[in-house]
Write a protein that binds this ligand. Structure first.
Ligand code: NAG
Length: 457
């Protein structure tokens, strides 16, 4: 389901270095590491619309992006992400923020956590929180207030805007259009102050121009200029959500690799701050090996969020391959002593080199409060054919047959054990907590209170 057909992207990417040179001189502002934009006044006039019109046609692209596409004869055919060294624009984008920083201007564009957005900066153990949008926007206040979550992840919305709609879409193929969206435009989604804002950018159903527009609107200066909150992280996915793709269509449409290339290019050219992190997704239940993840790493990914490990053996095999390829930057919570089960992998690199890689692995945690939740996740993760995954649902159903208390105890035990297992096998740098609905949110709060879910450090 996370199918990644390699599209002939280079031919569609119209970035032109001369146009970029002109545009980046007005665009290279970067609130990285606490540096303020000395061109803040100028960038305010980009005309980036921060309103809800995220699906604007190319003709309504902001001027600076239109410039990028003004010379169709000279686009790069190779899809190479390295800027032409002879291009003044590329040089400016590279040198930009650090060389141009005006200390006197520091503070005009406050960054919640200086340094944290720097791709070279590796924070410690990280919990991230799945935020609801649409009707579910704002329902995570209690979880946010714990300050356990370093980053908050907002899904994209091409087809269904709420968990409820997703459940319907998965279970009965949604035919009615999504309900009116009462949440603010994505440029104005707000996190707990100090938390990183992660905006999902889906490739499916969008043209390269539309992807560029979403990237620039989310992470460029426009969001703050319009009174919103700039995204510190872009989560580059194929489908509409960090861990959910549109069944069946992914292979026909643009992939997350396309999104990643586009975002990385805009980052290199200075359209978005160089400290903007690019995160990607992976499905350890169904991906054979970490080859795809390695490609994403080569394209500039800083972290990966995964589907919940529902097929445990498949997860371990995938993890071991990611380790063997040297991809992972391990960051375990303080006091965690990894179990000796590592030796069963037979890999000598397990404890040594896994901490040196370029990528932080943030494993999806389903926070399942019922058998229904588990079967929902099993179907989203595309592992309904896995005996191990089906067993999880069967176990939960058996517990539910024993009454409410037995069911609650089983759910609590399942979630705690999953966290323990993931930590015990190492390689990870955090967990992405996805609490659907009230019961799951309550369970997450309890696990935090009991120390079963280690908070970000
Ligand atoms: C998850 O389980 C709860 C009951 O614990 C239920 O109310 C909710 O609808 C379930 N959600 C999904 C997506 O299965």
């Amino acid at each position: 389901m996370l199918s990644q057909a390699a599209a002939p992207l280079g031919s569609r990417l119209l970035l032109h270095s001369a146009a970029a040179a002109a545009a980046s001189s007005a665009a290279a502002s970067a609130p990285c590491a606490g540096l303020a934009s000395r061109r803040f006044g100028a960038t305010r006039s980009w005309g980036l619309t921060a309103g809800p019109a995220v699906t604007a046609a190319p003709s309504s692209l902001p001027l600076h992006l239109r410039n990028l596409h003004s010379s169709p004869d000279s686009h790069h055919g190779s899809g190479a992400v390295t800027p032409d060294p002879s291009s003044g624009g590329a040089a400016a984008a590279r040198a930009g923020p650090a060389a141009d920083a005006d200390p006197a201007a520091t503070g005009t564009a406050p960054t919640p956590s200086p340094g944290r957005g720097d791709p070279g900066f590796s924070p410690g153990w990280t919990l991230t929180l799945e935020r609801g949008i649409g009707k579910s926007y704002g329902k995570e206040a209690e979880l946010q207030a714990t300050a356990a979550f370093r980053a908050e992840v907002f899904p994209d919305l091409p087809i269904a805007t709420t968990w409820q709609n997703w459940v319907k879409a998965i279970r009965s193929s949604l035919t009615t259009p999504p309900a009116e969206d009462p949440s603010p435009p994505f440029t104005h989604y707000a996190t707990r102050p100090g938390a990183q804002k992660v905006i999902t950018v889906a490739a499916n159903l969008r043209s390269p121009l539309e992807i560029e527009q979403r990237v620039a609107e989310a992470a460029g200066d426009g969001a703050e200029a319009a009174g919103g909150q700039r995204a510190n992280v872009l989560l580059c996915v194929s489908g509409s959500h960090p861990v959910r793709t549109l069944p069946g269509v992914a292979s026909l449409l643009r992939s997350s690799l396309d999104t990643l290339r586009i975002a990385d290019r805009l980052r290199q050219r200075g359209y978005i701050p160089p400290c903007t992190q690019l995160w990607v997704v992976a499905n350890p239940n169904t991906e054979r090996g970490a080859g795809l993840l390695e490609r994403k790493t080569e394209l500039g990914a800083n972290a990966v969020l995964t589907q919940p490990p529902l097929d445990w053996e498949a997860y371990l095999a995938w993890l071991e391959d990611a380790r063997r390829r040297g991809l992972l930057n391990e960051q375990l919570p303080p006091g965690n002593s990894r179990s000796t089960s590592l030796s069963s992998s037979g890999s000598t690199s397990s404890s040594g080199s896994s901490s040196a890689g370029p990528l932080r692995l943030i494993v999806g945690h389903p926070m399942a409060s019922s058998a229904a939740n588990l079967s929902f996740w099993v179907s989203l993760a595309g592992c309904g054919g896995s005996a191990a995954a089906r067993q999880l649902v069967a176990d939960a159903l058996r517990a539910e047959a024993g009454g409410k208390e037995a069911a609650a105890a089983h759910a609590a035990a399942y979630n705690s054990k999953l966290v323990e297992q993931v930590l015990a096998h190492g390689g990870v740098a955090g967990l992405h907590v996805m609490p659907i609905g009230k019961a799951s949110k309550a369970l997450a709060l309890r696990m935090l209170a009991e120390g079963a879910l280690p908070p970000s450090v």
